[in-house]
Design a protein around this ligand. Sequence first.
Ligand code: FES
Ligand code: FES
Length: 871
Amino acid sequence: MTRITLSINQLDRDVEIAAERSLLSVLREELDLTGTKYGCGDGKCGACTVLVDGNPVQACSVAAAEVAGKRITTVEGLAAAGRLDAVQAAFVATSALQCGYCTPGMIMTATALLAANSDPSEAEIMHALQDNICRCGAQPRIVAAVRQAAKWLRDGAWPDYAAAPAGPVAPLSPDRFEDGLVVAYPDPDVAAATFGDDAPPPDRRALTQVGPLVHIAEDGAIRVYVGKAEVGQNMRASVAQLVAEELRVAPGQIEVIAADTGRDPYDVGTFGSRTTPITGPQVLRAGAAMRGLLVDLAAAGWAVDAADLSVLDGQVVHAPSGRVVSFGELARDRQITRIADPDQPVTPPAEWTVAGRPVRKPNGAAFVTGSHRFAADMALPGMLAGKVLRPPAFRATLESLDADAAGQLPGVTVVREGNFVGVVAPDELAATRAIDALRARWQTELQVSSPELFDYLKTTALERESLRDPELTPADGWRGPLFTVTGDPDKAMAGAAQQMAETYTVDYIAHAPLEPRAALAVWEGELLTVWTGSQRPFGVQAELAAFFGIDLANVRVIVPETGAGYGGKHAGDAAIEAARLARAVGRPVKIVWTRQEEFTWAYFRPAGLIELASAADEAGNLSVLDMTNYNSGAAGIESRYTIPNQRITFLPAEPPLRQGAYRALATTANHFARESHIDGWAHRLGEDPLAFRLRHIDDERLRAVFVAAAVTFGWESRTPAAHHGFGIAGGTDKGSYVAACVEVAVDPDSGALTVLHVVEAFECGAIINPDNVQAQVEGAIIQGLGGALFERVEFANGRILNPGFDGYRVPRFLDLPRIETVLLDRRDLPSVGAGETPIAAIAPALANAIFHATGRRLRAMPLAPDGRVSI
Ligand code: FES
Ligand code: FES
């Protein structure tokens, strides 16, 4: 151990540490400066960037002892006198954050850049930030934020934003709703999940067993309780907007209490773009019913006709007499609850004045100052760091374990429960050393490797299907096949003028959220509390209760706003691991997965093989589409093209890797194959790909996004330069519509691919928060670029071969094209989600553009793993 003094944010801090402890570990674990984030631990993501003597340094890659005596600045040191600095303010003002996990590192790198260059160009900003990863795809806004900050710094003035106070660590007590006014929406899912088939009427249940709630307290505070998780999709803003719309207040007056099983009504989870179409109408109705209650109370109090009252700015107004009463006054000394009518009328979108406008992330200041605590940032007195011994390969079983050396390390306890082996130690480095000191022998088995993947998927899918009782259907619990037939595909194929058959493949990819899985667990007797990053707080609660054989009521799961998920944070693995270790040692235990664990032991987006056979008649009209997807999924598989004879099949396989949900599920894979195939027909028939599509689309909403993307891109008016190509693709899923146009350039000698320009049009009904929908579309485009071009999980015999950001390439700043989004706001249609479908068009549009540039039809995703196209 060595004692050093670190000068951090202009304060001297003495610490006694092991000499090799990284600066990151000391900042986070010894000094509680958790604004500096762990993302990879090996210098590949920039999440841990701090300034040392003004220069950006990755704190994971430097020993704390090396920087003793130097000037260290962390994100906590930027705001002064309770006011955000220019860079922080610019990130808030431009909404340059989604989940916010990358934000402190971005801000520190940008701060160093602006100190050296007061007026950087976009290219200079992108070069400076190239080592910082944002998995949410906020890069265009981050560049805009840095340019805005540069201008403000040159001007010497920027808007006054208050710095955010530190967030709570201890759990808040469940609200008892003993004062004021409450309206609950009776959500049938809550009733079914809580009571099964035997639910009592809503007015005889505890309020959080009814559904989403709106509460107005005696002090006028308005709180909305929903079980949703915030994972960067900015649902807090849209939920607040919808309730604010009905209560005729500003969204900032509403606090959303979310993702806490101890405080919120049950929710199945934050996935499937469900928040907008399902929770949205519920909170709207609860808000409208609350407005009705407020009006009733005021009318009764004044003995006036309710029709003469209006609600405005947190007050009920009686215009004829000029009387006003605030929401707080109406709530005072009252305890009234109402169950909203499921048919409660709400304000039509065409009349919205609060919803339909851009609203920023409500608590953005907490992310730019580092005061927001993600799950990995939580700490409790007496807490220990936990680690789990991982097998060398999937499906390995533990044959023997020698834990003597590990158990003798200071402060270390080894926990073994069957095949599960973990350690706890005073800090993460000590826990890692203890894991390294364990001597384990494993029995491994031969497993499928990447080169055999697609044959394996098809073979096992067909085997599985051959064993199926033909009477079994999905309604019987049989997972697959999905099988729909229109017309007579076989007969039409036999008599067709022209035919085409192709096979497409889609590799396994990883979600790679910048915040790895993490959980802090504490037992108090039989009561278990866990903080974890998850999209399914109540799902994790159920997993924990089942694992430990305890009542749901004894498990509380609190999900702080999470460093994103993209469909990857459904399971409670880290929560269970932390709770097992905490129970074994009788102390709070925190587990933070390493980047390598995240890339290995999480689940993956399913790989798939997709076969298409199709035909056209003599007039060039598509007459047959026969499409079979092996393993990757059925989402988005149904074609919207007017083709009279279709057979659509999905056959699940025996997956060699753990697989699960991913943003938009298989919609991307199915659109990649189908939209590439359709493009092939257009080229074969010598017809413009847009015109060919429009000739086969009746759906007006789908036609509208294709036309909108094409008009903005200049599809008909522009001609690509030599070795450039244009591509178009589109589709629909979960009730929303997308189309993208892309321009690429391919170097004729090296095959180097450059994506120059993306225009994407998107329509999701009535738009609640246009700024956020635009951010989701931009993020989906950028995340979609990664899966389309580079991302691929490579594996051999049960081992992941590229479990880090060096071997697994994700989009970085210099990969970005110029991005334009076109949002079609349909106030005449119900709102649906925007987080997923926008990812589906980018891969096929890219593949089609590459074909246009090179004449090569690429049928395997990723299209250019090393940044080159084989030509
Ligand atoms: S660069 Fe340090 S955590 Fe990734
Ligand atoms: S906002 Fe950048 S990783 Fe989420």
